[in-house]
Design a binder for this molecule. Structure first.
Ligand code: GLC
Length: 743
């Protein structure tokens, strides 16, 4: 064991030295490339500012403005990158303009929001996060990038790594939930999957970590609102995922719309230079989000767009998305010295270097293969991967043994507005995905071989979001004749995503009324929820026999849901975000502080609500299985540790139920006494393990001193002596713990 710890410490030392070297390189000038220096010398100021200008095409709009004339911008060398332009044909057409008609023939960079699939759609990222399966998530990111690259793209605006504790904010669907540790491991996996090991492979894309920073912490859960959080909370909760994605090698970072500590991210030098480049050693380029430079005028921190552009350059922005400010408005700032031309040269150098690393100067049409496009997109292997990811993303929230419908000869009523729906399965940010390629839940149920024993009746029952109850009567009549009811309800895909904050996060329309009416019929109800965010599911919980959280599962959704319902796949998902009892609890999250008056049912003067419990409906890390898992006590290798020692904790887990299955074994710590208040739990490790019926396994976790560290009152990252509790279990409510002491 001693050798093992020495080995680990050596590894840690090497890693730290390599980071220090990288940071040293970054703070000094990145070494100059003769080809790029030669090109830079030939460029006019307009051409340099053109490389720093990204515009959307008119194929689709993902923001408040659309811009004509981008083809002339390309010809004049005043646009170096485009987004919302894909397919080999379209990108080839635009690239030809750049490399045949512009003066310096600098190839274009093509970006697009390939967030959870290009054409083969995977579950929304929040759904993938529920799998806690880093290998599957990395593979999903790889396949979406492979398809995007086959469609002529070089760059995706992913991964979105914004932590959020607020399900009123519609963009939680794009991230990995509320926890910095889980979110960081997923961010790393997505960067690896998107970029691969080396830039320039024709089955990978450039990653773009977004939205830097703390975009997921808007006041009142309302999109674009300020993130008004302490530096401590920022660094401990929101910053880690960006840091992990940068350390995983992401080549680009996108700024967020919000202001952080009073300064909009696109003009925030503390964020973009002090933290991103100096602390984290980021050496790629920073692109703003859609017109967010221009929007600094509305934020009220500058008087006009020229000052906004100057502020953005001074903060560390390299590329202006859609604003046209770098292209048209900042030359005054250069002429009067507020911006040094060397700053412009540095940004252009970085952008050109990445284009060169992609191989675009050698072959601007390297990613433009019609053959690869037709052989890659929607391939059988990709559909299988989407199916696998989808089933791993499903979370079983309740089950009174109504599920699985294994080997049963039964009459099934399939109902609900999302039961045979395809279009919503691709979710928000669905790139080039098409609902028509999706397998609906009803199609999946009937396509599975298990359906041979079943007879089905399908009635839609109602719509997602209106008051029409005209089908209720026929649904209830059908329910009387059925043995079991499968009800698919939830949100439309445009009810989550950008600019979709909701104050009431229940299931909309008359869907809950349909559930209650069905409940009165007295047959078992399996409720399948399809949604982009945690919803208030109290009525669904109380009136269903079984509840499946299925998010929006993508192209193969129906097959995945069918395999879980028939028991062919034992659900293994765990919630990456807390589900509240109602909106009044928000923000609600597992890693809360204890307060000086923690809830005590026997003490009026304790922290509580007088109308509902403090606890959520479903906690972070929660998810059931068709089998059961039993944990032994966590065992530490010692009781007393020095400040520099690793803590090794083992636990035995046994499958004590009737099905083989996977369990996500989660390790949390609690620092019992420290110089600043610490959360009652912090996730610091997890392992997803498969166990046959009756099988036992012993798992080992290693906690380094860094895992037990935090920011003290001086904002120094320290580990302090004292007692810690180490919890290991199947969700964040676990009380299975061992105490250790750091001397
Ligand atoms: C949008 C989104 C961002 C996206 C960008 C380009 O406003 O905030 O996530 O990547 O514009 O579509």
């Amino acid at each position: 064991m001693k050798q093992y710890i020495i080995y680990l410490l050596t590894l840690t030392l090497i890693f730290q030295l390599s980071c220090a070297k990288k940071m040293g390189e970054t703070s000094a000038k990145v070494k100059k490339d003769p080809f790029i220096e030669d090109l830079l010398k030939k460029m006019t100021l307009d051409e340099k500012l053109g490389q720093m200008s990204l515009f959307t095409t008119d194929w689709e709009s993902t923001g408040p403005t659309i811009r004509a004339g981008y083809q002339n911008d390309i010809r004049s060398g005043r646009c170096g990158a485009l987004f919302n332009s894909h397919t080999v044909d379209f990108t080839t057409k635009l690239q030809k303009i750049a490399v045949e008609e512009s003066r310096l023939k600098i190839p274009l960079l093509f970006g697009y929001d390939v967030i959870h699939g290009y054409k083969t759609m995977f579950p929304i990222p929040l759904g993938e996060a529920a799998s806690w399966d880093l290998f599957a998530i990395e593979n999903s990111a790889y396949i979406m990038s492979k398809e995007g690259a086959a469609a002529g793209l070089h760059w995706t605006f992913a991964p979105m790594v914004d932590i959020s504790r607020d399900p009123r904010w519609g963009r939680v669907l794009e991230g990995s939930g509320e926890d910095p540790f889980l979110g960081s491991r997923i961010a790393e996996a997505r960067v690896r999957g998107i970029q691969g090991k080396q830039t320039g492979q024709t089955d990978r894309l450039l990653a773009c970590v977004k939205h830097f920073a703390a975009y997921g912490a808007p006041n009142a859960g309302r999109d674009y609102n300020p993130a008004e959080i302490s530096e401590r909370v920022f660094r401990e909760v929101y910053l880690p995922t960006y840091a992990s994605a940068v350390k995983a090698g992401a080549k680009t970072v996108m700024t967020s719309f919000n202001d952080y500590d009073g300064v909009p991210a696109s003009g925030n030098k503390y964020l973009l230079t002090d933290i991103l480049r100096k602390e984290l050693g980021f050496d790629g380029f920073v692109v703003t989000d859609y017109t967010s430079i221009n929007e600094m005028v509305k934020h009220g921190v500058v008087k006009d767009e020229t000052d906004a552009g100057i502020l953005a350059i001074q903060a560390g922005v390299d590329m202006d998305m859609q604003g046209g400010v770098f292209q048209e408005k900042i030359k005054d700032g250069i002429n009067d010295g507020r911006i040094k031309e060397e700053q412009i040269n540095q940004s252009v150098r970085t952008i050109l270097k990445i284009k060169k690393d992609l191989g675009l100067f050698e072959d601007p049409f390297k990613y433009s293969s019609k053959e690869r496009e037709s052989n890659t997109i929607l391939s059988k292997a990709h559909l299988e991967a989407s199916h696998d990811m989808a089933k791993r993303s499903i979370v079983l929230l309740k089950n009174d043994n109504t599920l699985p419908l294994k080997d049963k000869t039964i009459k099934i009523l399939v109902t609900g507005p999302l039961a045979d729906d395809k279009n919503n399965l691709i979710g928000a940010w669905s790139a080039s995905g098409e609902g028509r390629h999706c397998v609906s839940m009803y199609e999946g149920l009937r396509a599975h071989e298990n359906s041979k024993r079943c007879t089905f009746e399908y009635i839609k029952g109602c719509n997602v979001d209106d008051k029409d109850k005209s089908q209720f009567e026929i649904v209830l009549e059908a329910a009387k004749k059925a043995d079991v009811i499968i009800l698919a309800i939830g949100e439309n895909k445009d009810m989550s995503g950008e600019a979709t904050s909701r104050t009431m996060i229940r299931i909309p329309g008359v869907q809950e009324e349909l559930l209650l009416a069905l409940k009165a019929i007295g047959k078992p109800i399996i409720t399948v929820v399809m949604n982009g965010r945690p919803l208030v599911l109290d009525k669904v919980h109380d009136h269903s026999n079984a509840v499946l959280e299925t998010w929006w599962l993508g192209t193969q959704a129906g097959h995945a849901i069918a395999e879980v319902i028939y028991g062919v796949y034992n659900p293994s998902g765990k919630l990456p975000m807390t589900f509240p009892r109602n909106e009044g609890q928000i923000p609600i999250f597992y890693n809360e502080k204890n307060t000086g008056r923690p809830f005590n049912p026997n003490d009026k003067y304790s922290s509580k609500y007088i109308d509902i419990p403090n606890t959520p409906l479903y906690p972070f890390g929660y998810g059931l299985s068709y089998t059961s898992f039993t944990f032994g006590p966590p065992l530490s290798n010692k009781k007393l540790y020095s400040l520099k020692e690793n803590v090794v904790v083992t636990v035995e887990i046994q499958n004590t139920g009737n099905y083989p299955g996977e369990e996500v074994v989660q390790l949390y710590i609690r620092d019992l006494v420290s110089s600043v208040t610490r959360p009652v739990k912090e996730l610091k490790g997890f392992q997803k393990v498969f166990l046959k019926k009756g099988e036992k396994k012993t798992l080992s976790f290693t906690l380094t001193p860094n895992d037990l560290s935090f920011y003290n009152q001086n904002m120094e990252w320290v580990i302090e002596p004292g007692d810690f509790e180490i919890f290991i279990g199947g969700d964040s409510d676990t009380q299975n713990k061992v105490k250790i002491t750091i001397l």
